[in-house]
Write a protein that binds this ligand. Structure first.
Ligand code: ATP
Ligand code: MG
Length: 401
């Protein structure tokens, strides 16, 4: 996909303006604190309807204003893809993205007063926000991605949840169900409700939880090799391995069975874990097992030796692993949505050594990617699609196209 037009109104420090984006993409050059990341934040908002920097919506409204509004026109860049995806039911390309015909206009607005968010697709208000997600098929790379590796398990769960919500039909619903039921079960535990009323939440918790775990597990298994390949391509060093570390231990052999029975095996394991920890939950007043405590382990393997990247990785190794994760995200879009992902790069090469940056760039040039929007403080830092990319300047929120 590509973004052909962007209209900004009262978003962060950005001047109200309307921009036509070249189909190859654009490089936005400007000093620190001029609005480069804000610009990418606005674009990516149209993909996920939230800030990629996990800012709250009210923080995105320009100081002193009441409403921000972003309107974008997304067009197919002709990348119908070959649709040879991962196989499986989710590979049919219409997860949440509507039709593939002409341009789509995505408009998102948030009003401080009343805390109202409104999203329209081609002028029609989206009934549920989930219906409006993923319209750009974009992936954003930013220096903060390193937190995916350095940070706690919740960072990695959030990454999984975003990727799967955008690319696997039904995931978002399972996740929302799980969270809702978990909350109620926790409330019952906390209130010291009778065992029967805590138990009433169990079937729903187990079902939705098993769906979430099965999808996470499937994705990590399917993409582990690609993660290792990307890591190796960028770093020229030991093999990186990504593995799913569910809080509920899943019996080995579950994968050899069909998808439905895998989910059943996971559900059985979850149910059992809940029973085993019930006394502890009673005492603590909270659900202590389940996918809300999952993690994804990222390791470097070298023969029999191995190390966890979070605990022992160097800055550059962690950054490389984070980049590999994002490249896998882009690959997921290609496979599941049959679209070339739009790539947003927020000053990402600043922190990699020259060899690594060179290899990332090479890799990106070879992958099928769509439009590229890159920000950098200096012209010389823009090395992707060197000659094709139009240069824009930004100063104090004003973009000179
Ligand atoms: P760097 O190169 O340092 O990453 P940048 O160009 O990416 O800089 P941004 O993160 O886009 O900079 O931020 C630019 C400015 O936006 C900041 O100086 C900040 O004060 C301002 N800003 C942030 N939120 C708002 C807001 N809601 N209203 C007005 N200005 C804001
Ligand atoms: Mg920035």
């Amino acid at each position: 996909m590509r973004l052909s037009r962007l209209v900004l109104r009262h978003f962060r420090n950005l001047q109200n303006q309307e921009l036509e984006l070249p189909s190859e993409g654009v490089a936005l050059i400007g000093d620190n604190a001029q609005g480069k990341s804000n610009f990418l934040e606005a674009i990516y908002y149209l993909e996920t309807l939230r800030s990629f920097r996990s800012a709250r919506d009210d923080q995105l409204v320009r100081f002193g204003e009441d409403v921000f509004r972003i309107v974008g026109t997304a067009e197919s860049d002709g990348s119908a893809g070959d649709g040879d995806g991962d196989g499986g039911a989710e590979g049919d390309g219409d997860t949440a993205q509507g039709d593939r015909g002409g341009p789509t206009e995505i408009a998102a607005a948030f009003q401080q007063r009343g805390r109202k968010k409104k999203v329209t697709i081609d002028g029609q208000e989206a009934e549920r926000l989930t219906d409006a997600l993923g319209r750009l098929s974009a992936v954003i790379f930013s220096p903060a991605d390193v937190e995916l590796v350095s940070g706690g398990p919740s960072e990695r769960r959030r990454f999984l949840d975003i990727v799967l919500s955008l690319n696997e039909r039904g995931y978002m619903k399972s996740l929302q169900d799980y969270r809702k039921i978990l909350q109620r079960r926790n409330a019952a535990l906390k209130a010291g409700a009778p065992t029967s009323s805590v138990a009433a939440w169990e079937p729903g918790l187990v079902r939705s939880g098993a769906e979430v775990m099965a999808a996470r597990r499937r994705w990590v298994h399917a993409k582990c090799a690609a993660f290792g390949d990307y890591y190796a391509a960028v770093s020229d060093e030991a093999r990186a391995v990504m593995s799913y570390a569910p809080d509920v231990s899943i019996p080995p052999g579950a994968e050899s069975e069909g998808a439905a029975s895998t989910e059943e095996a996971i559900a059985d394991a979850f149910r059992e874990a809940l029973h085993d920890s019930f006394e502890r939950e009673r005492r603590r007043g909270v659900t202590v097992v389940g996918p809300h405590r999952d993690d994804v382990r990222l390791r470097l393997e070298d023969g029999d030796e191995g190390m966890d990247l979070r605990d022992y990785g160097s800055g550059g190794q962690r950054r490389t692993a984070a980049l590999a994760l994002k490249l896998v995200e882009a690959m997921t879009i290609r496979q599941h949505r049959s679209r070339n992902p739009m790539i947003l790069l927020d000053d990402v090469f600043a922190e990699l050594d020259p060899g690594r940056s060179e290899r990332v760039l090479e890799l990106m040039e070879h992958e099928e990617i769509g439009q590229v929007v890159i920000t950098a403080p200096k012209d010389a830092d823009v090395r992707i699609r060197r000659d094709q990319l139009t240069r824009w300047r930004i100063a104090d929120g004003v973009i000179e196209a």
